[in-house]
Design a protein around this ligand. Structure first.
Ligand SMILES: [Zn+2]
Length: 444
C-alpha cells in the first residue's frame, strides 16, 4: 500500500522545513522531498508541524484509572501506591483490555505512536495463573492493535516485596515465584507487526540480586530491550545499602543489567558513581517528569546523566496526564527551577528524546525519524490553535515543545495509516466514553 502525505511544515531532526512530501509504501517511508510549496495531487495534507511519531517509553496502562482520585488528601509515594494496588486487585484480562484500549487511544490522540508497557499484573488475584498464563500481556498487545499504535510489551519480573521479603497479598498476582519461571512464561509471548517483546526488572526491591542475571540473560539472548525502575525513592536506596552494601545502580551493574539495550526509569536519587556507571554503560535514562512531580519523587540529574553518556527518553508512567510535549518541556523546566539558568536542552534535543531515542529504548530503532527507510510514523501539531497561533513556523519546534499540549495534536500516522485525523480517532469512535466506561467498570 502506497500513501503520500504533504506536511505543511516538518521537523527533520534539527530544523523545520516548509512544504515536505513524505511517501510511504507498506508502512515505511520511501522518499522525503523538501521545497514542495503545495500538496501534490493525491497527497493527504498534514496542516501544522509534522514530527516523527512520539514514543511513550514508560507506561502502566492501568494507572489511568487513578487519575483524579489520587489527588485527594496528602501523603507520599507509598500512600499513593496503596490506592494503586486497590485498582490492580480488580483487573481481569477483559477489564484490563478495555481500559488499555481506551488509554492507548488517548495516547494516539496525544500523538504517541509507540508505547513501552511496563507490565507486571500477570496472574489472577492471589497469584494463580490464568488458563493462558499470558492472558494479561496478550490483552495489552491486542489493546494497542485496536487503538492503532505500536507496543513494546516489557514483561516484568516481580518476585519480592522488598529485600528478603515475600510478595504481599497485592503483589502475589505480579509474581511468577522465580526468575526462571518468569523467563519461561515470558518466552511464550509472541511479537506481531505492531508489537515487540522486551523484559523488565521491576526494581532491585522486587527481584532478588541472585536472580537479576536471569532476567538480563533472557534479554541478552533475544537482543531485547530491558527496563528497570531505579532509585525513584530514597527509601529504596537505603534498603538496598542495608541489604547489599551497594546502591541500586551498583547492584544492577554487578549483575550485568546495565548497557545500551537497558533503560533505567526515573534514576532520581543517584551518587556520582551511579551517574558514571549509567553513563559509562550507555544505559538510557527514561525521565517521567509529570509522574515524578505528581508523586513528589524529586528531580533526577538528567543533564549530568546525558553528559556522562546516557541517551534520554520520556514516559507518562502513571498517566497523571498523557502529554509527551509536557514531559519534554518539564524535563527542561525542572532543570531551570533547580539551577536558576535556562536552556539546558534545545527544543530539538527534547524532541529527539521524545522520538528517535525513545523509540530506540523500546527496540524500534527503525522509528522516530522522518527519513527514507524509517517506519512511517508521524505526529502533526496544529500551529493555528489558541495556544500555538502567532509564532513564526520557523520556531515551530520551540512552539510545539514549550506551548502546545496534547490537545493540539491534529494527526497521528502509524505505519502510514492515518489513525488520528483532524483530532478524531479513526478506530475508537468515542475515546472519552471508552475511558469512562472502562474505569467505571473497575469501580464495580
Ligand atoms: Zn513505572
Amino acid at each position: 500500500m502506497q500513501v503520500t502525505y504533504w506536511a505543511e511544515h516538518a521537523w527533520l531532526g534539527t530544523h523545520v522545513e516548509p512544504g515536505v512530501v513524505i511517501e510511504a509504501t507498506d508502512g515505511r517511508i520511501t522518499a522525503v522531498r523538501t521545497e514542495v510549496p503545495s500538496p501534490p495531487p493525491g497527497a493527504v495534507t498534514l496542516r501544522g508541524l509534522t514530527l516523527p511519531g512520539l514514543a511513550n517509553s514508560h507506561s502502566h496502562a492501568f494507572h489511568r484509572a487513578l487519575r483524579g482520585r489520587t489527588q485527594v488528601g496528602s501523603g507520599t509515594f507509598w500512600t499513593w501506591r496503596d490506592v494503586m494496588y486497590s485498582v490492580a486487585d480488580r483487573l481481569t484480562p477483559d477489564s484490563y483490555h478495555a481500559l488499555a484500549r481506551a488509554t492507548y487511544a488517548e495516547m494516539a490522540l496525544a500523538g504517541i505512536t509507540c508505547v513501552g508497557e511496563f507490565h507486571y499484573v500477570h496472574h489472577a488475584p492471589g497469584g494463580t495463573p490464568y488458563a493462558d498464563p499470558n492472558a494479561m500481556g496478550e490483552a495489552l498487545i491486542a489493546a494497542a492493535a485496536e487503538a492503532g499504535i505500536r507496543i513494546t510489551l516489557l514483561d516484568t519480573a516481580y518476585l519480592s516485596s522488598g529485600f528478603g521479603e515475600a510478595p504481599n497479598r497485592h503483589q502475589l498476582r505480579f509474581s511468577d515465584g522465580t526468575a526462571d519461571a518468569w523467563a519461561e512464561r515470558a518466552a511464550a509471548l509472541k511479537p506481531a507487526g505492531h508489537a515487540r517483546i522486551g523484559a523488565a526488572v521491576h526494581s532491585v526491591r522486587a527481584v532478588p540480586a541472585d536472580q537479576l542475571s536471569t532476567v538480563a540473560g533472557w534479554a541478552e539472548e533475544r537482543q531485547a530491550p530491558l527496563h528497570v525502575h531505579l532509585s525513584e525513592q530514597t527509601a529504596e536506596n537505603d534498603a538496598c545499602r542495608a541489604a547489599h552494601g551497594r546502591t541500586p545502580t551498583q547492584l544492577l551493574a554487578d549483575h550485568g543489567v546495565l548497557g545500551p539495550r537497558t533503560s533505567a526509569v526515573h534514576a532520581t536519587h543517584l551518587s556520582d558513581e551511579d551517574i558514571s556507571l549509567l553513563g559509562g554503560s550507555n544505559t538510557t535514562i527514561c525521565m517521567c517528569p509529570t509522574t515524578e512531580r505528581d508523586l513528589a519523587d524529586g528531580i533526577g540529574p538528567a543533564v549530568r546523566l546525558q553528559q556522562a553518556g546516557s541517551p534520554l527518553s520520556l514516559g507518562s508512567d502513571s498517566h497523571a496526564v498523557i502529554d509527551l510535549l509536557e514531559e519534554a518541556r518539564a524535563m527542561e523546566l525542572d532543570e531551570r527551577l533547580r539551577t536558576r539558568t535556562r536552556g539546558h536542552w534545545t527544543a530539538s534535543a527534547l524532541l529527539r528524546a521524545a522520538t528517535a531515542d525513545g523509540h530506540a529504548s523500546l527496540g524500534w530503532s527503525d522509528a522516530g525519524r522522518i527519513e527514507p527507510g524509517a517506519l512511517a510514523d508521524l505526529t502533526t501539531v496544529a500551529l493555528d490553535s489558541v495556544r500555538t497561533a502567532g509564532p513564526s513556523p520557523r520556531h515551530g519546534a520551540e512552539t510545539a515543545v514549550f506551548a502546545a499540549t496534547s490537545a493540539d495534536i491534529a494527526h497521528t500516522v502509524v505505519g502510514g495509516r492515518h489513525v488520528v485525523r483532524d483530532g478524531v480517532h479513526q478506530l475508537v469512535p468515542d475515546v472519552p466514553r471508552a475511558l469512562a466506561d472502562s474505569i467505571a467498570a473497575l469501580r464495580g
